[in-house]
Ligand binder design. Structure first.
Ligand code: ADP
Ligand code: MG
Ligand code: MG
Length: 931
């Protein structure tokens, strides 16, 4: 059986083609490349994310709103594209524009770059349209040199601050721009700390920090082979270019691949006046969310560190304090922060994720953006927002990423079993969900072991952006350091991956691949489980249990007992109001039909009859049918199958409560129902060798002979689909009879059903005509026998390119089309669905393909064929019913395309029905996914 290609849980975005960075989005008339913000006015605003990136547009918007934002300017994403286009050079005109903006910034900041008595210090920050946490680089305190540092000391009368800032600058610049490994600097810092008996960075005084600076400069000299650059303008140019380069670093590329972010959009560079959270105990830096991003609960949420700068909070160097404690330490700044962030949430009508710094009790906002959240939180927040009258249901529907609904269906632990196992330790509950698997310590091992079919938990001291590939495949992520906003936490939530962070009791020894906790040693390969909602970690393998939503759907939990179910249902009910596309499910068996119906599918778009042939005790009958070398024997076997199929159809119709059901006649090549040729050969050889003549040997030989006869070099292009029905019309007869008899029976019982009989793999209208004649004849006979009349439709799957190209002819016979986009993709590209895995990854690495065309429809190629099939079909038959039943029916980006093409419905696998309902609503509201 051709297997569906595994899909990755992505944030699907609009299908954008893979392109190298280029200036495709550049408007030749716009000569402006640099945008200022400061003194209550900005050149940009929130609608300019394409040009200014998320960070730049947020800084502009906050400035315009009169919030306390340090002044600065944004170099647009177009410049990034120019940088790549011109092979790393920036045109002189843009350099001049930047220089003018530096002057403007010096004026606004009342300080001068490189000045020895009042130096301007800036941060140089990356920022693309879509936030990519930690993937690119940022440099703080730029503008310092051996003279300016003394100037800073004079101005602030704080030598510790000056040298703390300088050593940070050398480290960041050295690492990001001059590519000196971080460890080389950390090694020196540790040495100074040790020599002075200092536990924390904050224990180092000015003198000690002067020592650190001297050592850092030596590190640069030996590792980078040059002096640390002293000219601030040179520093700025080098930093800007390094940020542009970081756009194409491997981890950023990997991140974009996972999240379907195109390469060509580029990053902006923000140059902003520094404010200092490291002046002493009256200063701090922090990050936060306006609501809890893991649970969605309405609570002010975040962390801060006193006397710290920039990344300290997320880097896990010191353990940050929860944000509510700020109220005691700096009540005024706290109150202002709450007011500002509440205002921002109302302004943007979305949860905000913000960064701030307090310099001598004065608050500065450094960033605001939509907060990444779990699927669970997204549903809670969207429904709360409507209850709070902050947004309408229409906006609420746009606040939830369809793909993230899958997280709500993910399993949890069986609580009875979970409680029996002792808790080994507890960490911070960063991303909910139950994770169980074998321990690995590196991202590479996670990938390797997963390939071998194992389920793994990635255990790290802390994750770094380079771990992204391992985090993607792991069942869960567990770290020893880091807070709720650390890398592991942020990325875990975004991926919907269970994560527990900051489990400080873990003593991890990555070198020998083991950790110790509570006197126990856990080695690589040992089983471990944790609960991302409570933070509990246990050394055991624990079975998981269906999510609350599934429990309600299965009827094992009352709807009223589940708050999240009711919210989930609410979002989907709203979605139903806004969508135009009908939602059906691909379901072969009655229980699947029931599940799909419970998830809101109103019809079956694809019921594969052959799946019924694999039912218990049926294979021998099916084999007899196939082995028959004459029509009489074949009919005898088919007669045995008839009542079984009839009952199946009866069950599926019933499971769909009278909604339309499309049943496809048999599709796969017959040899799939027979034993493997090689196995039979071995059996025959064995029986011959052991002298077992007689009935068994004879049977096996006969079977082998028939298998040889049916053997095909290329079964996907062989004797299958409509070709089977044409060569063995009695199969189509039996299947039609089973369908119509089941429908008649339900009709008599009072449930009206309209079966849609679908003939697969049609490329020529005469193929369909041949089969339709049979269907109509048998249907007529059955209805006469039964003394009832029912309505049924006959249609076809459009999955062979010729079928799509001659859709006008085919529509003369077909009452409906269902686009079989799996086969259509296979036949259009000539990629075998079952073998594409061997080279797809390389295609993606080489940027030949950005997405797997079997997971998300290739709009330009396969999509064009679908579009033409739709147009031709409707020319002949304006009321032609049009649907899609490939894997793409559950993919949000593809659903956007199907909405545009004007299909009547999409059909997805039962578990993806909620995703499809929401995506269809968003598509109808014509909002680009991911914007
Ligand atoms: P990222 O995109 O990885 O969050 P940012 O550009 O936001 O990187 O910067 C990293 C850190 O540096 C943040 O914590 C931010 O608050 C801090 N930072 C950036 N610019 C300034 C500035 N002008 N003054 C003080 N801190 C800053
Ligand atoms: Mg930031
Ligand atoms: Mg097919």
């Amino acid at each position: 059986m051709p297997t569906a290609t595994a899909r990755k849980p992505t944030n699907s975005r609009t299908a954008t083609k893979s392109r190298k960075p280029q200036a495709a989005i550049r408007n030749p008339k716009s000569r402006k490349h640099v945008y200022f913000f400061g003194n209550g006015k900005a050149d940009g605003n929130r609608h300019m994310k394409d040009l200014l990136g998320g960070k730049g547009s947020g800084l502009a918007e906050m400035t315009n709103a009169g919030l306390p934002v340090p002044p600065g300017f944004t170099i647009s994403t177009e410049v990034c594209n120019i940088y790549y286009e011109q092979k790393g050079k920036i045109p002189a005109a843009i350099d001049r524009e930047i220089a003018e903006h530096v002057k403007k910034l010096e004026k606004a900041a009342a300080a001068t770059l490189g000045s020895t008595d009042n130096p301007l210090l800036v941060s140089v920050r990356s920022g693309a349209k879509f936030s990519m946490p930690g993937m690119m680089d940022t440099i703080l305190n730029l503008g310092l040199n051996d003279d300016a540092v003394e100037g800073l000391k004079r101005r602030t009368r704080n030598g510790r601050l000056a040298f703390d800032s300088y050593r940070r600058f050398i480290q960041m610049f050295g690492n990001v721009v001059l590519e000196v490994p971080k460890e080389a600097f950390e090694h020196e810092l540790d040495a100074v700390k040790k020599a002075r008996g200092a536990k924390l960075d904050t224990n180092l005084d000015e003198q000690a920090l002067r020592d650190v600076v001297a050592r850092y400069k030596k590190v640069v000299k030996t590792k980078a082979g040059r002096e640390f650059p002293q000219n601030p303008r040179e520093q700025l140019t080098m930093a800007r270019d390094a940020v542009f380069r970081s756009w194409m670093n491997p981890r950023a590329q990997e991140y974009r691949r996972i999240y379907d972010i195109p390469d060509h959009i580029g990053t902006a560079v923000n140059v902003q006046m520094m404010v200092f959270g490291n002046t002493g105990d009256r200063s701090a830096t922090g990050v936060g969310f306006t609501r809890n991003p893991a649970t969605g609960k309405k609570e002010f949420y975040g962390e801060f560190l006193i006397n710290a700068q920039g990344e300290d909070v997320v880097a896990g160097i010191r353990t940050p304090q929860p944000i509510h404690e700020l109220e005691q330490v700096m009540p005024k700044a706290y109150k202002q922060l709450r007011e500002i962030t509440t205002r921002l949430e109302r302004h943007y009508k979305d949860v905000q994720d913000f960064e701030f710094t307090i310099q001598d009790e004065r608050l500065f906002m450094l960033q605001t953006r939509s907060g990444k959240r779990t699927g669970y939180a997204a549903v809670v927040i969207a429904t709360d927002f409507v209850a709070e009258k902050l947004v309408t249901p229409r906006d609420a529907v746009l606040l939830v990423d369809p793909e993230s609904l899958n997280q709500l269906l993910a399993p949890g632990f069986d609580q009875d079993e979970w409680k029996k196992i002792p808790t080994a330790t507890r960490g911070l509950p960063a991303s909910p969900g139950a994770a169980s698997g074998q321990v690995v310590f590196t991202a590479d091992h996670a990938v390797e072991w997963t390939r071998q079919g194992k389920q793994v938990i990635l255990v790290r001291r802390e994750t770094v952006p380079d771990d992204i590939h391992g985090m993607f495949v792991a069942q869960g992520i567990l770290t020893a350091t880091g807070g709720m906003t650390s890398h592991a936490a942020v990325v875990g939530r975004q991926m919907g991956k269970p994560s527990v962070v900051g489990a400080g009791a873990l003593e991890i020894n990555e070198a020998v691949r083991q950790f110790r906790v509570g006197g126990k040693t856990v080695k690589e390969g040992d089983f471990l489980s944790f609960d991302g909602l409570t933070g509990e970690v246990k050394i055991a393998r624990v079975a998981s249990k269906p999510s609350e939503i599934l429990q309600v759907v299965n009827g094992t939990l009352a709807r009223d007992k589940s708050d999240i179910y009711r919210r989930f249902e609410t979002i989907l009910t709203w979605s139903d109001k806004f969508r135009r596309l009908g939602i059906r499910a691909n379901a072969d068996l009655p229980d699947q039909a029931e599940l799909a119906y419970a998830f809101g599918a109103r019809g079956i778009g694809l019921c594969r009859t052959e799946h019924m042939f694999f039912g218990e005790g049926r294979i021998p009958i099916v084999q007899r049918m196939i082995l028959a070398d004459n029509e009489k024997d074949r009919r005898k076997a088919l007669e045995e199958l008839l009542p079984l199929q009839r009952d199946d159809f009866y069950g599926v119709f019933k499971g769909m409560h009278g909604c339309p059901v499309t049943i496809r006649t048999i599709d796969p090549p017959l040899h799939e129902f027979l034993p493997k040729r090689e196995d039979l050969m071995i059996d025959v050889a064995r029986l011959e060798a052991t002298g077992h003549a007689g009935k068994e040997l004879e049977e096996k030989r006969r079977l082998l002979a028939r298998v040889e006869q049916l053997h095909e070099f290329n079964p996907m292009l062989g004797h299958r689909g409509v070709r089977l029905g044409i060569t063995y019309p009695e199969i189509t007869e039996m299947q039609t009879r089973a369908i119509i008899e089941a429908a008649c029976r339900l009709n008599k019982e009072g449930l009206k059903v309209v079966p849609e009989i679908m003939i697969p793999l049609v490329g020529h209208v005469k193929e369909l005509r041949d089969q339709k004649t049979i269907v109509d004849r048998v249907a007529g006979e059955v209805m006469k026998e039964q003394g009832t009349k029912i309505t049924y439709l006959v249609g076809t799957m459009i999955e062979v390119p010729r079928g799509a190209m001659t859709a006008d002819q085919i529509a003369a016979e077909a009452e409906f089309f269902s686009f079989g986009t799996n086969d259509l993709t296979q036949l259009t590209y000539g990629f075998s669905r079952d073998d594409v895995g061997k080279f797809l990854r390389i295609y993606q690495d080489k940027k030949i393909l950005e997405k797997d065309p079997f997971a998300s429809i290739d709009v330009e190629g396969v999509g064009k064929i679908v579009r033409s099939g739709v147009e031709l079909g409707r020319q002949t038959r304006p009321d032609l019913k049009l649907g899609i039943c490939g894997e793409h029916g559950g993919d949000p980006a593809s659903i956007h395309f199907f909405e545009q093409v004007g299909l009547d419905y999409v059909s997805a696998s039962p578990y993806r029905v909620p995703v499809a309902r929401l995506a269809a609503a968003q598509a109808a509201l014509a909002v680009k996914v991911g914007d």
